[in-house]
Design a protein around this ligand. Structure first.
Ligand code: COA
Length: 155
């Protein structure tokens, strides 16, 4: 379990846990809002398949207390940089502070491994841009497909 002792606005403790025999169905069912499907997969199940087929990515379940509320994945690039991807908080659980706590928790943990921490987001994805920028991610100028690459700049 990855736990930075962070909470959402309802006071639920946000943790990141491996996807396992007990929680994989709940993780697979995590879904964004319909209007967010332009930016992310329609179901987190797509990211679970990706991580099963990939040597690079590892999926994690996002928990609020003991409830699965989202999916996120991390990976290591050839240059040693750490990447965050597949960040989806279930539509019914958004705007409660879970996404902020989840990204901070994963970034804190990846920071202990060394190397820059990067992610990418579509320029039109205003909530994601606001979240990542407020956490210290700054666009590098690079693009990954049609997404802006941003890197965490230590405070
Ligand atoms: C982006 C996402 C992960 C944020 O998760 P969340 O749990 O709703 O976010 P939080 O409640 O922790 O809010 C964190 C910040 O996000 C931003 N944010 C969230 N919803 C927003 C909205 N509707 N408009 C603008 N900014 C918004 C704000 O900066 C907010 O800051 P605050 O803590 O001061 O309120 C979530 O909206 C989501 O899953 N979206 C669909 C998938 C997606 O786009 N993932 C990112 C791919 S790069």
């Amino acid at each position: 379990m990855i736990d930075s002792a962070l909470h959402d606005r309802a006071g639920r403790r946000v943790t990141l846990r491996p996807v396992d025999d007990d929680n994989w169905r709940a993780v697979a069912d995590v879904a964004p809002r319909d209007d967010q499907r332009a930016w992310v997969a329609a179901l987190a199940a797509r990211y679970l398949v990706l991580t099963m087929r990939s040597d690079v990515w590892t999926s994690l379940a996002v928990y609020a207390d003991e409830t699965v509320v989202g999916h996120v994945m991390w990976g290591v690039d050839d240059d040693g940089s750490r990447w965050i991807g597949g960040m989806v908080i279930d539509a019914a659980e958004q705007d409660r502070g879970v996404g902020r706590a989840a990204v901070r928790t994963l970034a804190d943990w990846l920071a202990t491994q060394g190397g820059p921490i990067r992610l990418s987001y579509h320029p039109d994805n205003v909530p994601a841009a606001a979240l990542y920028t407020s956490l210290g991610f700054q666009p590098t100028g690079a693009m990954e497909d049609d997404e802006l690459v941003a890197e965490l700049t230590p405070a």
